[in-house]
Design a protein around this ligand. Structure first.
Ligand code: IMP
Ligand code: MG
Length: 176
């Protein structure tokens, strides 16, 4: 069995979606400063590009690490938290959680609940991709790049078995 890489969303389309998200964030956070918390590893490229677009003072950048997939293409149904930001980075702060792709919603929901425990002043979600086909937990995405079909996405930080993260475009894997 071989897997074909099929381009889905180009670098230029990603850049323009990020500009749009940045405009929305700037409107919502006037006179405030933002703590961005990226979900590792998949959000690392998205977060790096996003923070360079948002023209609002940056309070902090932190990361949280969760895993649900292992090396399989099917969700295991549970998200395990393996790295957390310091509580001072969350409590009383305006926090935006940054996620690569919301699939079942389990990872995002686990991260949001974890952060909420530390009582941020506000907590919103920014996701590059929404893949609603297998949603198990309802998730409100405040800032969204694209909604995608039920395909296995790679590129722009997103992996299959740790590979393909470096691709500049968002692609999907097609099995034949
Ligand atoms: P969820 O917990 O099912 O919502 O999955 C969220 C996580 O699973 C994301 O942060 C991704 O790391 C991974 N994931 C979900 N869909 C895909 C995909 O199509 N390609 C690669 N990783 C995915
Ligand atoms: Mg992954």
């Amino acid at each position: 069995m071989s897997r074909n890489l099929v381009p889905l969303i180009s670098q230029a389309e990603i850049a323009s979606a990020l500009k749009q998200m940045a405009v929305e964030i700037e409107q919502d956070y006037q006179n405030r400063s933002i703590v961005f918390i990226g979900i590792l590893k998949g959000s690392f490229i998205f977060l790096a590009d996003l923070v360079r677009e948002v023209q609002i003072p940056l309070e902090n950048i932190e990361f949280i690490r969760l895993s649900s997939y292992g090396s399989s293409m099917v969700s295991s149904g549970q998200a395990k938290i393996s790295m957390t930001p310091p509580s001072e980075a969350i409590s009383g702060k305006d926090v935006i959680l940054v996620e690569d792709i919301v699939d079942t919603g389990i990872t995002t929901n686990t991260a949001l609940q974890y952060l909420q425990n530390y009582q941020p002043a506000s907590l919103r979600l920014c996701a590059l991709l929404d893949k609603p086909a297998h949603r198990q937990v309802p998730i409100k995405i405040d800032y969204l790049g694209f909604t995608v079909e039920d395909r296995f996405i790679v590129g722009y930080g997103i992996d299959f078995d740790e590979k393909y993260r470096q691709l500049p475009d968002i692609c999907y894997l097609e099995e034949d």
